[in-house]
Design a protein around this ligand. Structure first.
Ligand SMILES: Nc1ncnc2c1ncn2[C@@H]1O[C@H](COP(=O)(O)OP(=O)(O)OP(=O)(O)O)[C@@H](O)[C@H]1O
Length: 228
């Protein structure tokens, strides 16, 4: 991995879905560079491909054309196992709905991705505790998601995304499921964590006030990334 390379680069990325009505071209040559420490808002109308772009950027899917570079490595040439390893070690995800494992405690939800990355359980628990405390969740580590508020659940999901000290954070409407006041607070905490750790972030939101708190705003137009 080259230090000079940006954490994330999309080059001429294409994605088409096959539907009953025929082929739906969603991304048609999308280019995007995410520099180290840069927080970019992705603001575009519903159905224009924000989630699709985030899935491709996060190596959850492969593009139909073009290339995704993570830390300068072309992801298209890698095996599924290598892509999984890069995703686990380099990229953190936050979704609109927390997707926490309901039968596990808050702490376990933050510990598990670390165990998957080979971290010893003791160290993983220490890091989970510190992360949860940084999001105001000290004392709630042993609660299952069902016993936490929506804002608390989303804070645990953010802590989980940061568990393996990623270089890149990708978020799809991370506070879209919360009331306005809670959304504003959780979003501020998310940005503080991302800035504090010097991560590059790409965050899709429909909320222009939240977008204005980021470094740069991009949109999707005709299947391409454009400055907003
Ligand atoms: N697996 C799929 N198969 C077929 N069509 C899909 C699939 N996933 C997404 N689409 C279509 O692709 C387009 C882009 O979807 P996507 O979810 O990326 O948009 P979005 O900008 O994230 O929307 P929203 O803001 O509503 O979440 C939409 O028209 C959607 O219906």
């Amino acid at each position: 991995m080259s230090d000079a390379a940006p954490p994330l680069r999309l080059a001429a990325v294409e994605r088409r879905y096959r539907t009953e009505a025929g082929e739906l071209p969603v991304l048609r040559g999308a280019d995007l560079v995410l520099r180290a420490g840069e927080i970019v808002a992705l603001v575009a109308p519903s159905g224009t491909g924000k989630s699709t772009l985030l899935h491709l950027a996060g190596l959850l899917e492969r593009p139909d054309g073009g290339e995704v570079f993570v830390g300068g490595r072309a992801a298209g040439t890698l095996s599924d196992n290598d892509r999984t390893a890069i995703r686990r070690e380099t990229i953190g995800f936050v979704y609109q709905f927390h997707h926490l494992l309901p039968e596990f405690t808050a702490e376990e939800n933050v510990v598990l991705p670390q165990l998957a990355a080979g971290v010893a359980r003791g160290a993983a628990r220490d890091r989970a505790g510190a992360l949860l405390a940084s999001f105001g969740l000290a004392g709630r580590e042993q609660h299952r998601p069902g016993r936490l508020s929506g804002g608390e659940q989303q804070r645990v999901a953010i802590a989980r995304a940061l568990a393996n000290a990623p270089r890149i954070l990708l978020a799809d409407e991370p506070t879209g499921n919360l009331d306005v006041g809670t959304a504003g607070r959780v979003f501020a905490e998310l940005l503080e964590a991302v800035r504090g750790q010097g991560l590059a972030a790409l965050i899709a939101t429909h909320n222009p006030e939240l977008a204005a708190r980021m470094d740069r705003v991009v949109t999707l137009r005709d299947g391409q990334v454009a400055e907003a």
